[in-house]
Design a protein around this ligand. Structure first.
Ligand code: BG6
Length: 276
């Protein structure tokens, strides 16, 4: 393990063990590279992503917390964790194949102005022949809070028209484009903008590409967000080229929409995903 810096001072942890490699930015607790040694990287990272303090990395796995989307209109879209500076707690080499990186975020004067709660947020990222993210939210305040959150995973694909997302057949989803609740029929394929929150999901969800498959197995979550901006929205979005929508799909392990959690004093909730 090594803590490295881009020329502008932006810090990240680089992990290499005998089966996989990863890069994790301290801002956002944001993993922006993971690859099994014998396979292609699975996370998409925009060529136009700026690695600078205060701007979320476009790609990898942004941490949306304590609010997903605009669920809390007092907070920035997807909350503040993705642009906050996390503490590196420790890196544990469990064996030659497995490295655990633990990061932590606590309230600050700035976060209290945005969201008036004391909290402990711990993220354990396990880099092995699979990638696991386990995030524990603990309420350290006297009052309870409502939590919506997501691992906003951007997956690298051969082309958006080649892929399907399986495991969500017959699930109800909230369609963020029409604001209707609709029932999924079959696997998801892509031919236009798509922005959905699937509800009552039992994992796994599987991304199928021409020559590859990625499986997401989750715990502490029953909602999954599936998103691709397609042509027009992509051209309006920051940190990505006009053609970027062809190269990625987001499948986000979440507590979103009706799958919010309420945490009382000293209560914790664990959100976990294993990507294999
Ligand atoms: C997705 C949302 O999770 O994130 C989309 O469903 C949103 O509506 C997308 O456009 C990207 O958000 P942002 O804030 O990273 O540009």
């Amino acid at each position: 393990m090594e803590v490295k810096k881009f020329s502008n001072g932006f810090e990240y942890v680089e992990v290499k063990n005998s089966v996989a490699s990863a890069k994790i930015a301290l801002q956002g607790g944001h993993i922006f590279h993971y690859a099994h040694n014998k396979k292609e990287p699975i996370l998409w990272l925009s060529d136009e992503s700026v690695f600078e303090v205060g701007t979320a990395i476009r790609g990898g796995i942004p941490i949306c917390w304590p609010s997903f989307g605009m669920n809390n209109s007092d907070l920035p879209q997807h909350g503040f964790a993705r642009v906050s500076m996390w503490n590196l707690v420790c890196v544990n080499e469990l064996n030659s194949n497995t490295t655990e990186v633990i990061l932590n975020l606590k309230e600050t004067q700035e976060s209290l102005k945005l969201w008036d709660y004391k909290f402990d947020l711990e993220l354990k990222i396990t880099i092995s022949d699979t990638l696991t993210l386990e995030m524990t939210t603990t309420n350290l305040d006297e009052k309870s809070f409502k939590l919506t959150q997501a691992f906003h995973s951007y997956f690298k694909i051969s082309d958006i028209t080649n892929i399907s997302v399986n495991g969500l057949d017959s699930k109800l989803y909230f369609d963020a484009l029409s604001s209707y609740n609709i029932r999924q029929n079959g696997d998801i394929t892509f031919s236009a903008e798509l922005d959905r929150v699937y509800q009552n999901v039992e994992s796994p969800v599987v991304l199928k590409d021409t020559n590859a498959e990625v499986k997401l197995t989750s715990q502490g979550s029953s909602s999954v967000v599936v998103w691709n901006p397609w042509i027009e929205k992509c051209s309006r979005m920051s940190g990505m080229s006009n053609e970027a929508y062809k190269e990625f799909v987001c499948i986000e392990t979440a507590n979103a929409f009706e799958d919010f959690r309420t945490l009382g004093t000293r209560e914790s909730h664990i959100l976990k995903v294993t990507i294999s």
